[in-house]
Ligand binder design. Structure first.
Ligand SMILES: [Zn+2]
Ligand SMILES: [Zn+2]
Length: 588
């Protein structure tokens, strides 16, 4: 067995968590599941999981939080008078000051956080006073007999507290304070001046050409038989050794569980930083700052700030992806509604087959009506639902009722589950045909996740290129802030919300429609029932639609970054804020 850094009372291998396949509570579900269940003989006599549930559950998600109120009455750093003092007042004052002293560096640290939503949790000096005074008072009121002990215990805890824990505490406090007031007002809609139907027709001017897309992670052709065979060979000879997607440790995966002990992975626990690298701004003649991590603001190379029960891996190579589940091309579908587009978003989690689809969300465009929103049972055994990024919790997975085709309308509070990614893909394909524009942000991830090759796509990553071009890309949150003035993905460890992401992506595309239409309209272009037409030269007799030139060849090509970019690892640059937000160039 490979040597691994293991915490006491923890196994060097991982056997599963509360929602692993063989612990699925509803027996009916097993029948439809793609057959990757371990053979009964290998696990029946072995304990499958003796870990406590809490040990395998991802970090409990704090509620969504926004900035603390900025308009507080001045608060002096002075204990509030109580009718029954737990200790002499002077002692309370000393302890209060100590509390404040230990809180201050924590608060100062997040002022420097790169993420705006973490910075927003920073308290003004007055707010910090209030926080200390409130907390001291609460302890004095609730536990007068052990007040001093509890307070001293709190001081010790604060002294050793990681920034992440502090942020979590602040988020919880803010959300508690605000309660229901947290619920955001419905975000405003972009006004394009067009009808929904016209907007869909206008999308033809933004459709991304397929050429060059495969350099950027898109799959545009089905892999050949030979390619698949070769990939299979490589995979077999690698003996299922993978590199951890989080901490880069080499570890072994047992897709069907290891015979002797039911293990799914080796290598012990995974300690890592979940944040992105923040490259410091370089200033001339200054000592260069170290590159830091957005999760904890520690320098790159420092020991990880979070520990998970198992290492996890991700497959990106389309040929290996196809081995897990083959790609298909979108078939013709005359049942797909005309004059509509769809915006879609996949959430993924780690399984013994890599990063797999766990939630599929599809909303109509441009009106953002939910069409599909389902949880998806993956092919492999679940290693980690990846709550921080997927927003999915193990509880949701365990408790979800089966999807009911008779009652397909998605209810966000009661997400249904489909039994395989194949079923999810079929559901998606029932709503689109080859010409249906499919919209998304970094769509190649979503399309590859459901193993789909779709010819008509619009990707906000390509519509809003960065100054440097690909592989640099803006995150959805950044784009929403830049163009829509919206704050999304405030969930922190609670992850994103697929519906919110899909809707935001849709609005960003509507924003592009608005900007581009403004220019074309000014130049005399027209939107007709079957396309977008350039102005006729003066003196041309009015033509009917039949003799008009075909729309797609006449419209300016969508401005995308595909051709300028270099194939390389994708990188978001969320700190970037000076990127051009201009509409597509005028071509007339
Ligand atoms: Zn970290
Ligand atoms: Zn790891």
């Amino acid at each position: 067995m490979p040597v691994a850094p293991v915490e006491p009372a923890s196994k060097p291998f991982f056997v599963g968590s509360i929602m692993s396949k063989d612990k699925t509570p509803a027996p009916a579900k097993v029948a439809n599941t793609v057959n990757t269940e371990p053979s009964k003989s290998s696990t029946a006599s072995k304990p499958v999981s003796n870990l406590p549930q809490s040990a395998t559950r991802p970090v409990s998600p704090p509620p969504t939080a926004k900035t603390a109120a900025k308009t507080d009455a001045p608060v002096a750093l002075m204990p509030r008078k109580l009718s029954k003092e737990p200790v002499p007042f002077a002692k309370r004052l000393t302890l209060l000051k100590a509390l404040h002293t230990y809180m201050k560096p924590q608060n100062d640290k997040i002022a420097k956080a790169v993420k705006p939503e973490i910075r927003a949790l920073h308290l003004s000096p007055n707010q910090l006073n209030k926080l200390a005074v409130d907390e001291e008072e609460k302890l004095a009121l609730e536990n007068p007999s052990v007040y001093e002990n509890i307070l001293k215990h709190r001081l010790v805890k604060l002294k050793g507290m990681t920034p992440e824990v502090w942020v979590k505490e602040r988020r919880e406090a803010v959300s508690k304070e605000k309660g229901d007031a947290l619920k955001k007002p419905p975000p405003s809609k972009v006004d394009t001046g067009l009808t929904p139907k016209e907007e869909v027709i206008f999308l033809s001017t933004l459709t991304c050409p397929q050429d060059g897309l495969d350099n950027h992670g898109y799959v545009t052709k089905l892999p050949s038989e030979e390619q698949l065979k070769e990939a299979q060979l490589v995979q077999t000879s690698a003996g299922f050794w993978e590199e951890c997607d989080r901490c880069a440790t080499r570890f072994q995966v047992f897709p069907e569980r290891r015979e002797e002990d039911g293990a799914l992975t080796t290598g012990g626990q995974c300690r890592h930083h979940w944040g992105k690298r923040i490259f410091p701004k370089r200033t001339k003649n200054a000592v260069p700052e170290p590159t830091r991590l957005s999760c904890c603001n520690e320098a790159v190379g420092s020991p990880g700030c979070i520990t998970h029960e198992t290492h996890v891996f991700k497959i990106s190579d389309p040929k290996r992806l196809a081995l897990v589940m083959p790609f298909v091309e979108t078939p013709e579908n005359n049942k797909a509604p005309p004059h509509t587009a769809v915006c879609f978003d996949c959430e993924m989690g780690y399984t013994t087959r890599g990063l797999e689809l766990m939630r599929l969300t599809v909303v109509s465009w441009p009106v953002h009506k939910p069409i599909i929103d389902v949880l998806v049972r993956p092919i492999g055994h679940i290693l980690d639902v990846n709550t921080r990024f997927s927003g999915i919790t193990p509880e949701q997975f365990v408790n979800a009722k089966p999807y009911d085709p008779e009652n397909p309308k998605p209810v966000r509070k009661d997400l249904r589950i489909v039994e395989s990614p194949y079923e999810a893909r079929n559901l998606f394909l029932s709503h689109v045909t080859r010409t249906t524009p499919v919209l998304g942000h970094a769509l190649e991830n979503d399309l590859n996740t459901i193993r789909l090759i779709h010819p008509t796509i619009i990707d906000t990553v390509l519509l809003y290129p960065t100054r440097q071009g690909l592989p640099y890309r803006h995150g959805l949150r950044m784009l929403a802030k830049m163009h829509l003035g919206e704050d999304i993905q405030q969930g922190g460890a609670a992850g994103h919300d697929s519906y919110e992401d899909a809707r935001t992506t849709g609005e960003l595309i509507r924003f592009k429609v608005k900007e581009k239409w403004k220019v074309l309209k000014h130049d005399g272009w027209q939107i007709k029932d079957d396309g977008v037409y350039p102005p006729m030269p003066p003196g041309t007799p009015p033509a009917d639609a039949a003799s008009a030139p075909a729309a797609p060849s006449m419209v300016p090509v969508a401005s995308t970054a595909v051709m300028q970019g270099k194939p390389a690892e994708k990188r978001k640059i969320d700190g970037e804020d000076d990127v051009s937000a201009l509409p597509a160039k005028r071509t007339a």
